[in-house]
Design a binder for this molecule. Structure first.
Ligand SMILES: *Cc1c(COP(=O)(O)O)cnc(C)c1O
Length: 397
């Protein structure tokens, strides 16, 4: 039920976290470049040292993200720092179930911790319901990433939460791709949500920041303590920029998602594209579940070409879209993910496209021209007699 007095999310995004509503005060919170604060005569000033005590921009940003996710937000110096803080709350030897398809940094962190005997990690293909069920039964924590990076797999959050409850396991969800405007995992029973704010929440590829969000309680205090002790404190400027980014999140996402839906449809019928992965397409395996738990499919999609060479040619051929690794900015970016370590499960010709806020026809002209060049090159390599399809770059992996 919507509270009749509570403004809608687009409105809250523009209004929350602006400081006191008094004549002469600025509409924006200040950026406070300070590590040290006066202690005062009794030495108990509310702010004393910047690793321990939030400044206004950091507090305001957390207030906005907490409101969006329906919990209390604790921000960190990067998405990975937030993920690390969540995992560090686990008791020694805990068993963490995590998706095979997920942000590569999570996998590296889990592998390192497992090698050190810090925890045991159980990497599962979360589209395999039986494997997932069996893994959840022996888990202390289930890590979800839905939609996942870069395969756009969708996992039924409520179903996993129900099984995890029976097993006594906590559930964490990386909500970076969906953003809280499209999916609210805490409402579905998840214990802790993380974001790489670096991506859609920040939205302008100009900062690194992360956040973990929980319902109020001892878990929140423990996250704050991890931040103080671990030292992965958000920067003053980054907090300000992230807050400014969230002001336009609803607008940016609306435009980017509309573009993504249109590009997904066109890519889906392009002869050079063998498969599109986007939960907003009705024939995508994640469509039905996404329809239940998301209010939109977001602005990241992946599509596959015949091989790595063709995909690399598209990356080299685009100019409106930028060939770059990160995502979630106002500018569209594309990358061939299988070239990175730890992505052996990703098809070698898969391109992940983070769709931005450009005019969709400019994006399409750029992409389709690059696809045509890649297709022509493949035809040339095949030669007039058909050839064996091998290109100068060598056979596809
Ligand atoms: C980028 C990313 C991260 C890591 O965030 P950083 O801000 O780079 O540390 C985690 N999860 C997902 C899904 C991401 O895309």
């Amino acid at each position: 039920m919507t509270d009749p007095r509570r403004p809608r999310v687009e409105t809250r995004l523009t209004r929350l976290g602006r400081g006191p509503d008094e004549p002469g005060t600025p509409l924006n919170v200040p950026i406070t470049p300070a590590s040290n604060f006066r202690a005062g005569p009794s030495g108990d000033a509310p702010r004393q040292y910047a690793r321990e005590d939030a400044t206004e921009a950091w507090e305001a940003f957390e207030m906005v993200v907490g409101d969006l996710e329906g919990g209390t937000a604790v921000s960190f110096s990067s998405g990975m720092a937030a993920i690390t803080a969540v995992l560090e709350q686990l008791p020694a030897g805990a068993r963490v179930v995590a998706p095979q398809d997920s942000y590569s940094g999570l996998r590296a962190l889990l592998d390192d911790g497992a090698a050190q005997g810090r925890w045991r990690s159980d990497i599962v293909d979360m589209t395999d319901i039986r494997a997932l069920d069996a893994a959840v039964e022996r888990a202390d924590m289930v890590w979800l990433e839905t939609p996942s990076n870069p395969m756009l797999h969708v996992v039924d959050i409520a179903a996993v939460v129900a099984r995890a409850r029976e097993a006594g396991a906590q559930v964490a969800a990386d909500n970076t791709f969906a953003t809280p405007l499209r999916q609210r995992p805490l409402d579905l029973g998840v214990d802790v949500v993380v974001h790489s704010v670096t991506k859609f929440l920040g939205g302008h590829s100009d900062l690194l920041l992360g956040v973990a969000v929980r319902r109020d309680g001892p878990g929140v205090a423990a996250l704050r303590r991890r931040r103080v002790v671990g030292g992965a404190t958000p920067g003053a400027l980054e907090s300000f920029l992230a807050l400014r980014g969230t002001r336009t999140l609803a607008l940016r996402l609306r435009q980017a998602e509309e573009n993504a839906v249109e590009l997904a449809r066109r890519l889906d019928i392009h002869p050079a594209v063998t498969r599109v992965r986007y939960p907003g397409l009705p024939d995508d395996p994640g469509y039905a579940c996404a329809n239940r738990q998301m209010s939109g499919a977001g602005a990241v999609l992946s599509f596959e070409l015949a091989d790595a060479d063709a995909a690399d040619r598209v990356c080299a051929g685009v100019s409106v879209v930028t060939h770059a690794t990160s995502l979630g900015g106002v500018e569209s970016t594309i990358e061939r993910r299988a070239k990175l370590d730890g992505q052996e499960h990703v098809p070698c010709g898969l391109l992940r496209l983070s769709v931005g806020c450009e005019h969709v026809e400019d994006l399409w002209e750029d992409l389709s021209a690059a696809l045509d060049v890649a297709a022509d090159a493949a035809a040339d390599a095949a030669g007039p007699l058909g050839g064996d399809g091998a290109s100068p770059g060598g056979p596809a992996r």
